[in-house]
Ligand binder design. Structure first.
Ligand code: GL7
Length: 737
């Protein structure tokens, strides 16, 4: 369903049509994109698994930069239809909210059971997005739920007096899947968000149970037939929901039901940031889902009784592991509920999994022991992030390896190590890089009017804008470099490595400090790019509206990409893997998956700097005590911004204050000198083209570990206990399900 931009214009080439396709921007950042890679891998590895999600009418907003500031434009991505989805008119389920509870006696058994009725009932309608596996007949599926009034809703049956109310009810139902909350690593405690979470799990569980019941197996078989992975805490209500269905609707005994629940669910934690951990006011949960709150209280009570039995009198332990946080308001800790209701809990990179064991879930370890907690390092799809995003590199690799088998087995890429010092291959390799840089330079010229040379070092940081990811530190270092260049003698300036620093990423609309970072980048860009005295040795670009499509243009064009989160804050990161797979080197902190990437590609091929996670708490404490002064290199930069070098003094004060009046929570000052020193090293090294090419080739050659096929096989073998079954998951199977 293609609608030409101008009436009367015709599509001249397939490429134009492809350019018209909108990203299904149904997630915020790495978390959602990881799930997309995993569904690709499930299908490509012939594993019988699906993804479930919400079909938001408005996905992630489009970002425009106006006068250097981010503005948000709604993303009505379905405007021209979505050719990739199959509306499943036959797949609808009712979902209840609010309502009341009462007891009812079963006339036959005499058993009393809890009944939840009344309230609002809406309908979930399924839309399937089939995901073909690579080089297999297996078809994966993403089933997305769209909300609408339930079938008993009939406008014509309302008389005039009720018309308004009828329209309101319709709107309220449709609202549920209307808009994606645009926060990355930050929780918002809105009722509508909680409604979205329950809507997803209620529809999904009904769907799963419908399929299970077709097999006519007893309930005790459920965990052997079904594995449900909770992708972060957002679907945690699935735990009390399954318990409710089993006890209230299927009339199982509590203990039997709970055994089934805890053998079915596993939980992936994706962050340790306190502001991202979901905590819901108990009163809100009780109001929206009265029966679930009762069940959660019971789950928690029985759990705490067991803990108390094992650790008599240890009140502190009970307080720490309880799913209910006492206080005003009393809150439900979703992560705790997810741990209690799951058989396995995993982090997403080795360091992160270590941190959740030793900090976030340390108290649970005392009760459960270590075995329940494991690691599955994230991965990315080589199909999308090398073959599709970088067709020329894919072709070059296949021509040298004598085939494209690497696309299903990244171990095969290791053979490239033997070619790392081969001059001819190095040239071909760097030609591809140059071509990709020219493509990005063209994009920058066309969209921003900024001229950048593809011969310069392309230094890229693209990701959601967040204080912990420290784009602020990056732009401060750019100012530092700018000052250095301006102070250079002409001969020294001639020798300097030309560098293009590229930023991209969206700030959550309500994240004031992150938005100021974008403004600062824009202001520095305007100043530096128009300063002829530095002879094009430095250019700064902010690419608006970073999304997956743009990532496919940006990532293959990097010489260096930056992953510089304060140690211990980035759970894994996945763009780090994408850049390295495309032969880009990393400048990064000892954090998340950077560490394992370094282990795989070799310490010589990655630029690490900064403090270690284990030292962060002490350093923060030191800062809070007012014991640390800002390093002088940073003082000079901060002063120049304060004095108005980049626009009206005062504009950036709240941002700069995070370093001075604030406690520099993200340790910019502590890492700053090591950071600029590494940048210097990189600029020197870039002058040796052959050495650089060898490093770039070794990057790609040693990335096997980070294929999402490896990650998904680990989930399959170690957590879900499933095996490949090529014939079970055909396109027909999806339609029959
Ligand atoms: C994230 C982490 O921040 C990120 O480091 C990780 O790579 C990703 C996938 O595991 O999950 N957690 C999170 O809440 N978001 C992430 O991207 C939004």
């Amino acid at each position: 369903m293609f609608i030409p931009k101008e009436p009367g214009t015709l599509v001249s080439a397939m490429e134009d049509l492809i350019d018209e396709e909108r990203d299904a921007a149904l997630g915020n950042g790495g978390l959602g994109r990881l799930a997309a890679c995993y569904v690709d891998s499930l299908a490509s590895c012939d594993l019988p698994g699906w993804g479930y999600g919400l079909r938001y009418n408005y996905g992630m907003f489009q970002q425009r930069i106006v006068d250097g500031y981010q503005t948000e434009v709604p993303d009505y991505w379905l405007n021209s239809g979505n050719p990739w989805e199959l509306p499943r008119v036959d797949k609808t389920y009712n979902v209840r909210f609010f309502g009341g509870l009462h007891d009812e006696k079963d006339p036959e058994t005499g058993k009393v059971k809890r009944v939840w009725d009344g309230g609002q009932v809406v309908q979930a309608a399924a839309y399937d997005v089939p995901i073909p596996g690579y080089d297999t007949t297996t078809m994966g599926n993403i089933r997305l739920w769209s909300s609408r009034p339930n079938s008993s809703f009939d406008l014509s049956s309302f008389n005039e007096g009720n018309y308004n109310q009828a329209v309101e009810e319709k709107k309220s139902a449709e609202n549920i899947t209307s808009i994606l909350y645009p926060n990355d690593n930050h929780m918002v405690g809105k009722e509508l968000r909680l409604k979205q979470e329950y809507f997803l799990v209620a529809a999904t569980l009904q769907d799963i149970i419908y399929r299970f019941k077709k097999g006519k197996k007893p309930w005790c078989e459920f965990p052997n037939q079904v594995a449900i992975q909770l992708n972060d805490t957002h679907p945690t209500l699935a735990i009390p929901e399954l318990q409710r269905i089993l006890v209230d609707e299927e009339c199982l005994e509590w203990d039997e039901a709970w055994d089934i629940v805890t053998r079915t669910f596993a939980f992936t934690n994706h962050t340790v940031l306190p502001e991202a951990l979901e905590r819901w006011p108990v009163d809100l949960v009780k109001h929206l889902l009265p029966r679930h709150m009762e069940i959660i209280y019971a789950i928690n009570l029985f759990f705490l009784q067991k803990v108390e039995k094992q650790f008599p009198g240890d009140r502190d332990l009970l307080v720490q592991v309880s799913a209910i946080e006492e206080g005003s308001p009393q809150c439900l800790r979703m992560a705790s509920l997810a741990v209690i209701g799951s058989h396995t809990v995993n982090g997403v990179a080795a360091l992160h999994s270590h941190l959740i064991r030793t900090t976030l879930f340390q108290h649970f370890i005392r009760y459960y022991g270590e075995e329940k907690f494991t690691n599955v390092t994230n991965g990315i799809s080589p199909r999308r992030w090398l073959h599709q995003a970088n067709p020329n590199l894919s072709q070059l690799i296949s021509s040298k390896l004598g085939g494209i088998e690497w696309i299903k087995d990244m171990e095969k890429l290791r053979a490239l190590n033997d070619l790392a010092t081969d001059k001819e291959f190095q040239e071909a390799w760097m030609d591809v890089k140059l071509h990709n840089k020219m493509r990005l330079a063209g994009y920058i010229k066309n969209n921003l009017g900024i001229e950048v040379s593809p011969d310069a070092l392309f230094d890229i940081q693209v990701k959601r804008i967040h204080e912990y990811k420290r784009q602020f530190m990056n732009i401060l270092s750019v100012i530092h470099r700018y000052h250095e260049l301006k102070a250079m003698e002409p001969s020294e300036l001639d020798e300097a490595t030309p560098r293009v620093v590229i930023f991209g990423g969206k700030a959550a609309p309500g994240y004031y400090i992150a938005k100021l970072v974008i403004k600062l980048i824009s202001s520095v860009s305007a100043k530096v790019n128009s300063d002829c005295s530095i002879k094009n040795k430095l250019k700064v670009v902010f690419l608006p509206d970073y999304n997956v499509s743009l990532a496919e243009v940006i990532i293959p064009a990097s010489d260096i990409s930056q992953h510089i989160s304060t140690a211990g804050t980035e759970a894994s990161g996945t763009s780090n893997m994408k850049f390295v797979l495309n032969g880009g080197l990393i400048l990064g902190t000892v954090d998340g998956a950077n560490i394992e990437i370094g282990e795989e590609i070799g310490k010589d091929n990655i630029f690490f700097f900064g403090v270690l996670a284990q030292d962060v708490e002490d350093l923060r404490h030191h800062n809070r005590m007012g014991k640390s002064a800002m390093v002088s290199s940073l003082c000079a930069v901060v002063q120049s911004v304060r004095e108005g070098e980049y626009g009206t003094p005062g504009v950036f004060a709240p941002l700069l204050d995070t370093l001075t009046i604030g406690t520099d929570y993200y340790l910019v000052s502590v890492d700053f000198d090591a950071y600029i020193e590494k940048q210097r090293e990189i600029e020197e090294l870039y002058k040796d083209k052959s050495c650089w090419a060898a490093k770039s080739i070794r990057c790609t050659a040693n990335m096997a570990k980070f294929s999402s096929d490896r990650s998904i096989r680990e989930y399959a073998e170690r957590i879900w206990n499933i095996e490949p079954c090529p014939l079970a998951a055909t396109p027909e199977a999806i339609l029959n399900d």
